[in-house]
Ligand binder design. Structure first.
Ligand code: GLA
Length: 390
């Protein structure tokens, strides 16, 4: 957690003293426990909010300017709050700008400008949703400052729209939803087609979630991600011969899929769809496992999820595979898989608390020997979704 006193000092140095108070908000990052590449297919996901994320300090201005700054990079800039547009040179600032724009599009007329200072604790490009965290904290803070009603599901949808349209990234709803609606010690079972959700206590007893950052930047992720999305759309078209009413793969179950999969012409497209439908089924099985306190079964399902993402969906890559392979060799590991979009980023493993030191040292060594990269590990607790701190 960030040191608020120091951040406030930094804010005042940057923007000057003023009689207006500085307010502070926080939104977490997220880790997805199971249900990968199912959100844009209208299926289930099972993410959880992390305890670290983005802290935002914000203060009202007397004029209509929007000041943006971060403790992570030098670049600071001012915009007119009513006329922000996307500009590639503004880099990360396009995330807050997108939110400012979408809130206005949704009918908000700003009563003043604002100065904002961000402090991000989520490693960039690690697949732990740093952009969703920035988006959601910005929307929540601006709505609060403007005395508008707060609806966290609407905030998640607005943040996703901003990422899709203002920033041109075709993500699903999972990240923004988890970052907005997370709850300490709970994971979120979310049905992405209807947005119905349940907060499920994640009681893992003496087992801990350990995130392994491959430190391999997710290079080709955007183009590969969009390609997977269109392959899923193609599969739906082919399956409509038997199920004319479906618009998303998540609308048929595994049995229905197996009875119709021969209709999918292209073998690659068929494998992609097989992953999606089986992965949605695995999320449901993992709920049964948790209800029965069967963490071993939960771990097996995590393993099966990774293997399917590797073999059928083909989004893992050498680094994630190497880390998962090393993790599964350590005694006390119930399961290990990639989390997020893939092609680099992070893994998540369920590790017995007595094995964590051994896990970090053995997986680290084996991973570095295999890839030449130095990984980072975070033993993770599940935190709250977006909230006002001060
Ligand atoms: C990224 C996207 C999410 C989701 C995952 C894969 O994190 O932002 O919407 O599609 O990939 O499960």
């Amino acid at each position: 957690m960030a040191n608020l006193q120091e951040l406030t000092k930094h804010f005042l140095e940057l923007y000057g003293e003023d009689s207006e108070a500085v307010s502070v908000f926080h939104a977490p990052g997220r880790v997805n426990l199971i249900g990968e590449h199912t959100d844009y297919n209208g299926g289930y996901v099972f993410p959880a909010a992390l305890t670290f994320g983005t802290t935002l300090l914000i203060r009202r201005r007397a004029d209509q300017k929007l000041g943006l700054a971060t403790t992570n990079f030098e670049l600071t800039k001012q915009f007119d709050i009513n006329t922000v547009v996307y500009d590639a040179v503004d880099d990360w600032m396009n995330y807050p700008k997108g939110i400012v724009y979408e809130l206005q599009q949704a009918g908000l007329s700003y009563t003043s400008g604002y100065d904002l200072l961000y402090h991000g604790e989520i490693p960039n490009g690690a697949g732990l949703s740093s952009s969703a965290s920035i988006e959601v904290v910005t929307a929540y803070a601006l709505l609060t400052m403007e005395n508008q009603p707060i609806d966290k599901v609407k905030i998640a949808l607005l943040a996703q729209k901003s990422e899709n349209e203002f920033n041109g990234v075709q993500c699903g709803i999972m990240d923004q939803f988890a970052v907005a609606n997370g709850k300490k010690d709970h994971a979120i079972l979310l049905m992405c087609d209807t947005l119905e959700y349940d907060l499920v206590p994640f009681q893992s007893g003496s087992y801990k979630l350990v995130i392994g950052n491959t430190n391999k930047r997710r290079g080709l992720v955007d183009s590969a991600y969009n390609e997977r999305r269109s392959q899923c759309e193609q599969a739906v078209k082919d399956l409509q011969v038997q199920f004319p009413d479906i618009t998303l793969l998540g609308q048929i179950n595994l049995e229905q899929f197996n009875s119709a999969k021969h209709l999918i012409q292209d073998e690659v497209v068929r494998r992609r769809a097989q992953h999606v439908v089986e992965e949605i089924d695995r999320v449901l099985q993992s709920m049964e496992a948790l209800k029965g306190d069967n963490l071993e079964r939960f771990g097996q399902l995590m393993n099966a999820s990774h293997d399917s993402l590797r073999d059928l969906y083909e989004v893992t890559g050498a680094e994630l595979d190497a880390m998962v392979t090393a993790a599964r060799k350590v005694k006390g590991v119930l399961g290990s898989r990639m989390t997020g979009a893939g092609f680099g980023g992070c893994t998540v493993s369920l590790v017995h608390e007595d094995s964590i030191d051994q896990f970090i040292s053995e997986v680290g060594q084996e991973y570095t020997a295999a890839t030449g990269l130095t990984p980072d590990f975070y033993v993770c607790s599940i935190g709250n979704g977006v909230e006002k701190l001060v």
